[in-house]
Design a binder for this molecule. Structure first.
Ligand code: NDP
Length: 453
């Protein structure tokens, strides 16, 4: 663990004291504060007006009850959250997560990370995040619709295209965004397209939004590999998860000549040494909404194809050149990082938010592995959401090529900003510090300009 100076240590102690029982939030704040030691040495002005303390405190936290009726007629209750973290750069912006593990600490960590990520995109968006402990697994389409409608019945009074613009995240894809948008439209009697992003194309969505996070992470890692004169071509790649981010990471990695040999879900992981068949994964996950072991059942076990149940092994034991964790927070531990390093990994690009534990990041950095933190590498999703807002505001609709070209430029800029900032602050090649410092300076300067609010 990096030693914090006295001032930063006292800020962290205060964050821990007033946000008890929220380890993920403490972890996210600590990581940023560890990077800020170099900033306060060089820019002591950024310690003024409690800028760091204010950046660690959400502007607003909303917690509400979501009652809904299941198909058997039983009344169910879930708890939901929206944490509006920071609006210095624009309306709060960040996804909604439906997963049984959701609690206020997880939403707070995600909203905190989102603030810096959104700053790095260069777009006019603040940071926020929301979600519920609702478990969509096994729920019928009608149950999902009733839940989304009840959720939006409360959330609608807190959001708006100039206030707070949610999007999808784990458990929330195009279907859920559609049901939420429908209910918002009904309650407000306004077709306010810019209030949610991740919409389907036929009612105001953006081309390339679905693909953006996975594509964006791949563009970031490509730029990182290029700094060492190498590329994805011929590299073996392991991607955890098999949801939105993982699927489109696979697609882009493959188009750059890489070979994806393993993917996972919460039930385990599959390996296919011949290259994971993406069409089959999409059918299993997006159409049948089934478990990933189906892949092996359909392809047949053997000849380099096998399934390992969760708990019986880690996907990070599969030897690869590039690892792209794209499932959830803290899914890649110090032990996993050691296994990856031992097997010769050269680069890691985080598609998920905070998937690597602090121990894992240390192992990668000490071994000289290029490491792209999620708050920079997975920013393509929110950046394309901001492009969706732009199209909505101008009542326009861009081509896929135009939108992807913007995404590619944004990701290259984020990479170059992190790289240059790390150099400027004396930690060349440290993308974690580069991202934290560049994001922080941008938000802090905007906050100072707006006065003590
Ligand atoms: P999806 O719900 O589409 O997919 C999530 C995937 O991760 C599924 O394969 C899921 O498996 C697996 N997963 C989720 N939770 C766990 C867990 N506790 N243990 C093991 N596996 C798990 O979500 P996304 O692809 O949208 O999001 C993935 C990550 O990327 C998240 O960290 C999210 O915050 C981040 N992200 C997403 C963005 C987006 O645009 N969607 C933007 C930026 C970041 P199973 O189906 O079994 O639950």
């Amino acid at each position: 663990m990096v030693q914090l100076n006295e001032k930063l240590e006292s800020i962290l102690a205060e964050v821990i004291r007033r946000n008890q029982g929220e380890p993920e939030f403490h972890q996210a704040v600590r990581e940023v504060l560890e990077s800020l030691g170099r900033v306060v040495a060089k820019r002591p002005d950024l310690l003024e007006d409690a800028l760091i303390e204010r950046i660690c405190e959400p502007e607003r936290q909303i917690i509400f009850r979501v009652p809904w009726i299941d198909d058997a007629g039983n009344v169910r209750i879930n708890r939901a959250f929206r944490v509006q973290f920071n609006s210095a750069l624009g309306p709060y912006k960040g996804g909604i997560r439906f997963h049984p593990s959701v609690n206020v600490g997880i939403i707070k960590f995600l909203g905190f990370e989102q603030t810096f990520k959104n700053a790095l995109t260069g777009m006019p968006i603040g940071g926020g995040k929301g979600g519920s402990d609702f478990d969509p697994k096994g729920r019928s389409d009608r149950e999902i619709m009733r839940f989304c409608q009840s959720f939006m019945t409360e959330l609608h009074r807190h959001i708006g295209e100039y206030t707070d613009v949610p999007a999808g995240d784990i458990g929330v894809g195009g279907r859920e965004i559609g049901y939420m948008f429908g209910q918002y439209k009904r309650l407000n009697n306004r077709f306010e397209a810019g209030v949610l992003t991740g919409k389907a194309l036929f009612y105001g969505g953006s081309r390339a939004r679905t693909e953006a996070t996975g594509y964006g992470n791949t563009y970031f890692v490509k730029a990182m590999l290029e700094t060492k004169g190498t590329s994805f071509d011929g590299k073996k790649v392991v991607i955890s998860g098999s949801g939105n981010v993982a699927i489109y990471t696979h697609a882009k990695v493959t188009s750059f000549g890489g070979k994806v040999i393993a993917m996972s879900d919460s039930s385990g992981y599959v390996v296919d040494e011949n290259g994971i068949d993406l069409a089959l994964i999409k059918e299993i996950k997006e159409i049948r909404r089934a478990r990933i072991s189906e892949y092996v059942r359909i392809k047949g076990e053997g000849k380099g194809v096998y399934f390992v149940k969760a708990g019986d092994g880690s996907i990070w034991d599969v030897a690869c050149d590039v690892a792209m964790p794209s499932a959830t927070q803290n899914e890649l531990t110090g032990k996993d990082a050691k296994a990856l390093v031992k097997n010769g990994v050269v680069a890691v690009g985080e598609g998920a938010n905070m998937p690597s534990t602090p121990d894992a990041i240390r192992v990668f950095q000490e071994a000289g592995v290029m490491f792209a933190p999620g708050k920079a590498a997975n920013a393509g999703g929110v950046a394309t959401s901001a492009l969706e807002m732009q199209q909505n505001a101008s009542r326009d609709s861009w081509t896929f090529e135009q939108t992807e070209a913007r995404l590619a430029t944004i990701m290259k800029n984020i990479h170059d900003t992190c790289y240059a900032t790390a150099e400027e602050y004396g930690v060349p090649g440290d993308y974690v510090s580069g991202a934290n410092i560049a994001g922080f300076v941008k938000v802090a300067e905007a906050m100072r300009a707006l006065g003590v609010i």
